[in-house]
Design a protein around this ligand. Structure first.
Ligand SMILES: Nc1ncnc2c1ncn2[C@@H]1O[C@H](COP(=O)(O)OP(=O)(O)OP(=O)(O)O)[C@@H](O)[C@H]1O
Ligand SMILES: CC(C)(CO)[C@@H](O)C(=O)NCCC(=O)O
Ligand SMILES: [K+]
Length: 249
C-alpha cells in the first residue's frame, strides 16, 4: 500500500492506495501531524510499503513529519521537489524553486489530463490560478486569499462580525443579498471567489479561445463549480501530479 499526503497550510489531505494503485483503501483530512498518526494507526489492515508527499510547509516541518512516518510505519518517504521542467510542463517562474509545490503538481496533473492548454484553479487556504499553454509552457499564475482567510480577516479586524461554522454553511444556500451578518459576509466572500474565477476564464479565452480545459480543485472548489459548468472538478488533482513527480519504481 502507498500512503499519499498533501500537506497544505491548514490541513493534511491523506489517502492510502491499495497494492493495485487504482483503488483507494482509505482517505481523510486532518489538521495536524498528531491527528494524522492517530487516524492512520487506527486503520485495520493497513500495510504500508511506500509513502510520497507534497508539502507547502517549511523544510523543517516537512522533515519532522517524514521522520515521524518513517518511525511509525517503517516506510521510506519520498517528497516532491521543485523542477524546472517535468512531464512536458515548463515551470514559468523566474526562480522555479519558489513556485508552490502544490501548484506545480496540480499543473502536472492538469496538463496530463487535458493533453493541451489548461487553467488550473485551486481553492484552499489560498486560491491559486495557473495557466499552462498547449506546448506545456507555464505562463504564470495568481495567488489570492481563499475563503478561510477572507472570512477570518473580517472576523479578526472588525468588532461586530462573529458567527459560527453552522450558520456559515447555511448562509451559502443562496447568494441573494444578505439580511444577516453571516449571510452578508459568507455570500460576499463567495462572490469575490466567483469574480476571480470569471476573470481567469476571460484571460484564458484571450489566450486560447475555447481551446482549453479548466480544472477546479481544493476544499472550496464546490463553491464556484456552478459558474463553470464546463470545468472538470478533480478533488485529487494534486495526487495525480504527485504520482507523476514521485513514481515508485
Ligand atoms: N473535509 C474537509 N476538511 C477540511 N476542510 C474542508 C473539507 N471539505 C471542504 N473543506 C474546505 O476546504 C478549505 C480548505 O481547503 P484545502 O483543504 O484544499 O486546503 P488547505 O489545506 O486549507 O490549504 P492549502 O491550499 O494550503 O492546501 C476550507 O475552507 C474548508 O472549508
Ligand atoms: C500559494 C500557496 C500558499 C497555495 O497553497 C502555496 O502554493 C505556496 O506557499 N506557494 C509559494 C509561493 C508561490 O507559489 O509563489
Ligand atoms: K492545496
Amino acid at each position: 500500500m502507498i500512503l499519499e499526503l498533501d500537506c497544505g497550510n491548514s490541513f493534511i489531505k491523506w489517502r492510502v492506495l491499495c497494492a493495485d494503485v487504482r483503488r483507494v483503501f482509505r482517505e481523510g483530512v486532518v489538521d495536524s501531524d498528531d491527528a494524522l498518526l492517530e487516524g492512520l494507526s487506527k486503520l485495520d489492515g493497513l500495510a504500508l510499503k511506500h509513502c510520497r508527499l507534497v508539502s507547502v510547509r517549511t523544510t523543517e516541518e516537512t522533515a519532522a513529519l517524514a521522520s515521524i512516518l518513517m518511525q511509525a510505519f517503517g516506510v521510506s518517504v519520498v517528497c516532491a521537489t521543485p523542477a524546472r521542467e517535468m512531464a512536458g510542463v515548463r515551470n514559468g517562474y523566474d526562480e522555479f524553486e519558489r513556485l508552490g509545490l502544490d501548484r506545480w503538481l496540480a499543473m502536472l496533473g492538469g496538463f496530463h489530463l487535458a493533453s493541451g492548454a489548461c487553467l488550473v484553479l485551486d481553492f484552499g487556504t489560498a486560491v491559486t490560478a495557473d495557466f499552462i499553454a498547449a506546448d506545456g509552457e507555464h505562463l504564470g499564475g495568481f495567488i489570492c486569499p481563499g475563503m478561510p482567510l477572507m472570512r477570518n480577516q473580517l472576523r479578526t479586524h472588525t468588532r461586530k462580525i462573529r458567527y459560527g461554522d453552522l450558520a456559515a454553511e447555511r448562509a451559502l444556500e443562496s447568494l441573494a443579498p444578505g439580511r444577516t451578518t453571516v449571510e452578508a459576509v459568507e455570500r460576499g466572500c463567495s462572490l469575490m471567489l466567483r469574480g476571480f474565477v470569471l476573470t481567469q476564464l476571460e484571460l484564458a479565452r484571450s489566450y486560447w479561445g475555447d481551446e482549453f480545459v479548466v480544472f477546479l480543485t481544493g476544499g472550496d472548489a464546490p463553491l464556484v463549480s456552478g459558474i463553470v459548468p464546463e470545468a472538470r472538478l478533480v478533488p485529487d488533482l494534486i495526487f495525480v501530479g504527485l504520482a507523476m513527480a514521485c513514481p515508485l519504481s
